[in-house]
Design a protein. Structure first.
Lengths: 383, 389
């Protein structure tokens, strides 16, 4: 196959590309330029947006003996990932930009361009497994994930659960998964990937991991939001509506947040207070006791499904639910419901036990064991 | 690198000797340098003492722009204006812009739709501010779109105001007849690797008596304006390559112009929406190869709806190496400042390709490009302008 290997300049994508070369594919390395104002060097743990990263990607391609190009996707990145990040925060929700980047950039802008230029697949250093499911009955109409002669492609958690990234990949859906390649899904651990990189002579073998938001300078999300959205002073209120503090912009708060509230008055019962709700319409932040954060039901939209589903009252199925990257999955029952984007674009989830720290805008991923069933964006939760 | 230049370089690499040393080996090295300098000077219409050897075109441009500004503004503090055309190479443009932060007033002179300097604008600028101009820098021919600049008229206008003129002739040498003395220029940049020599060596031709403040200070080699131990093997190879290129120029430029015209004609016939940028090629190079409007080996076209990086990848993977313009340090192809200065829309400027022909280019190369280009442009158009929605 002709494989486009996305090279971030990090160790994972370099080893993934190396494995694609070993597998006999015709591999071309592409580094995506996503930031308009590129720093000379990496600062801290920000990933893939500096000239140093572009240079590291180039050196990895040299070592692997594959062609290397830089593609400028910075306008698309700004229009999708950064714009979504800002509008979601402005709307009082908590976005996950890595999910949106996988959705709009890596497995849409990059993949579409690659396919148009003659590539068969995009290879990345993500930790997730793609499994070929059972042969689908030839008489049935093609369902999600059924490609290449009716073989179903399934997205599974990585072998190394500590590195698993299926949560941020599920958004791509089954059709795009059919053109994805994750050679590190079977890797037993990141340490082994680093050792393999060193053995292959890749200079990035001991490069630190990136985990902060790549487009936020020095990891200061609040500062970034303030700069881009401006200050909008407003009230912090308790569940009774009593004003207990002030803020410079409701967008800066996330449901479940405790630190940085700077409340003038202690709660009557003296217990710590948490952000319960962010209401952009009135520019208020609601705070209250920890137990008020626990929810047992979730609603989500913009669903993508890896299994055939129907929208019906009886359609409840057992699953486990994850609402944060590296969050613990919890047992639940879910069903597809009619939503704004179509007859099965909504999801309802009943959690078997209460869950804390759930904010609108987060990605909800449903699993059956290691297998991803579907993904949607949280719109509401209830106790 | 050409075979003769390579052989000359390898032969010199095997010898020891610092051209500044006074012992036998040093004198032998110095002799090679001076013989090479004489060859360079003779082939470019200059005197040997006017050849200041440098590490290449960028250093020579920096020396000319900064050195002239510093010397001229020191002699008369009113001279703070630095005039450069908007289509200059970055090696001229960026030192000028840098000087802008050091007290200079940088004036970007406009170019027309073909990339040719607007002489009326230059004339008006000189009439109004002639006494305040430190220097004027206009390239001989543009490196991207091949436009030959009206150097003769530029020099005539500047001379009337006593303004020194520097010219980056890196692209012109070996492509067009270049005579430093006849041109009336005060300083001129040449580079070895554009004439089949090694990278990392070039020269600034500086008129005798021209006052230049050094950029590199040290041992005072090269007329006291350029310090640093001379790279004897590179200097020798530079001279050999330049000699060959200048001697072959009259026949080569006509041969390449015919080939280039065939390439452009073929592209126009096969690819819809292909637009030639810079002066029209047909008839641009008269048979005497002397008064050309465009560099004979240059073709520059834009393909609407294509992203330069798509074109680059598709052609590269099919064995055609051409340039999409300049790239930033991260490797991202940038819309060319030359095209933008010519008034080309930024979206059109993204789909630009420059084809450069050389001594090894022949009919089969043109045929190979014409064979793959229509399919490549179709594919690149399908991939679209991914940054744009």
């Amino acid at each position: 196959m002709r494989v486009l290997a996305a090279l971030s300049g990090g160790v994972d994508s370099a080893v993934a590309a190396a494995r694609a070369v070993d597998a006999g594919h015709d591999v071309v390395g592409v580094h995506m330029a996503l930031s308009r104002n590129r720093d000379e060097f990496r600062t801290g743990s920000r990933g893939c947006c500096s000239i140093e990263d572009a240079g590291d990607a180039r050196r990895a391609a040299d070592v692997l003996g594959i062609p290397y190009y830089v593609w400028d996707l910075s306008d698309r990145f700004e229009e999708t990932v950064v714009a979504d990040f800002l509008s979601e925060y402005a709307a009082g929700r908590t976005p996950n930009p890595c999910v949106r980047c996988n959705e709009h950039i890596k497995f849409e802008a990059l993949l579409d361009k690659g396919v148009a230029l003659g590539f068969d697949a995009v290879c990345t250093g993500h930790y997730a497994r793609i499994e070929t499911g059972a042969q689908v009955d030839g008489s049935s109409t093609a369902g999600p994930g059924e490609v290449r002669g009716g073989v179903r492609r399934e997205l599974h958690r990585a072998n190394d659960s500590a590195k698993d990234q299926s949560y941020v990949l599920a958004v791509m859906g089954p059709d795009r998964l059919a053109r994805a390649m994750f050679p590190l899904g079977e890797a037993p651990s990141k340490d082994e990937v680093r050792a393999e990189a060193a053995a292959r002579g890749l200079g990035v073998s001991d490069k630190p991991d990136s985990y902060d938001i790549c487009f936020v300078a020095d990891g200061d999300t609040q500062g970034f939001l303030r700069e881009r959205l401006g200050t909008r002073p407003g009230d912090v209120v308790d569940t009774e509506g009593t004003v207990v503090g002030a803020h410079d912009g409701a967008y800066a708060y996330t449901v479940g947040q405790r630190k940085g509230l700077a409340l003038g008055r202690p709660a009557p019962d003296g217990r710590p207070r948490y952000v319960l709700d962010v209401r952009p319409a009135t520019n208020t932040v609601v705070v209250g006791a920890a137990e008020l954060l626990t929810v047992t039901a979730l609603q989500a939209d913009r669903a993508v499904w890896f299994v055939p589903v129907v929208s019906s009252d009886e359609g409840w199925f057992g699953c486990s639910v994850q609402v944060r990257a590296h969050g613990t999955p919890v047992p639940a029952h879910a069903r597809a419901v009619s939503g704004a984007q179509g007859p099965t674009s909504g999801v309802e989830v009943r959690l078997d036990e209460g869950l804390r720290g759930v904010a609108p805008g987060q990605s909800v991923v449903l699993y059956d064991g290691t297998r991803v069933l579907g993904q949607a964006t949280l719109t509401a939760s209830s106790r | 690198m050409g075979r003769r230049a390579l052989e000359a370089m390898v032969a010199e690499l095997g010898r020891t000797g610092n051209a500044s040393s006074l012992h036998g080996a040093g004198r032998a090295a110095r002799r090679v340098v001076e013989e090479s300098r004489e060859v360079v000077a003779a082939r470019l219409g200059a005197r040997p003492s006017e050849v200041v050897l440098t590490s290449g075109g960028t250093e020579a441009d920096n020396l000319a722009v900064k050195g002239l500004f510093w010397a001229r503004s020191a002699a008369d503090p009113r001279r703070r204006r630095v005039l450069v055309s908007g289509g200059e190479h970055h090696a001229v443009l960026d030192p000028a812009v840098w000087l802008g932060g050091e007290g200079a007033e940088v004036v970007l002179l406009p170019v027309d739709g073909c990339g040719r300097l607007d002489l009326d604008a230059l004339s008006a600028e000189l009439d109004e501010h002639g006494d305040e101009v430190a220097l004027l820098s206009v390239m001989w021919a543009n490196n991207e779109v091949g436009t030959v600049q009206p150097v003769e008229q530029v020099v005539a206008l500047a001379r009337a105001h006593g303004v020194p003129v520097h010219c980056d002739a890196v692209q012109a040498v070996g492509q067009l007849p270049v005579d430093f003395a006849a041109s009336g220029l005060d300083a001129m940049t040449v580079s070895a690797h554009k004439v089949g020599g090694p990278v990392g060596v070039g020269a600034l031709l500086a008129r005798r008596g021209l006052d230049l403040t050094p950029v590199l200070h040290g041992g005072g080699q090269e007329r006291g304006v350029r310090s640093g131990t001379l790279d004897v093997p590179s200097v020798r190879a530079f001279a050999v390559a330049l000699e060959e290129a200048v001697d072959l120029q009259p026949t080569e430029s006509v041969r390449l112009a015919v080939l280039r015209d065939r390439l452009v004609q073929g592209i126009r016939e096969r690819v819809e929406g292909a637009v030639l940028r810079g002066p029209e090629v047909l008839g641009a190079t008269p048979e005497d190869g002397r008064t050309a409007a465009r560099l004979p080996a240059n073709a520059h076209l834009t393909f609407n709806g294509c992203e330069g990086d798509s074109l680059l990848y598709l052609l590269d993977s099919r064995g055609v190496q051409c340039s999409t313009g300049s790239a930033c340090r991260a490797g991202v192809p940038q819309p060319s400042h030359v095209l933008l200065a010519m008034g080309v829309e930024p979206l059109d400027a993204r789909g630009a390709l420059r084809f450069s022909l050389g001594r090894a280019s022949g009919d089969q190369d043109v045929a190979a490009v014409l064979e793959v280009l229509p399919e490549v442009v179709d594919r690149a158009r399908a991939a679209g302008l991914s940054g744009v929605r």
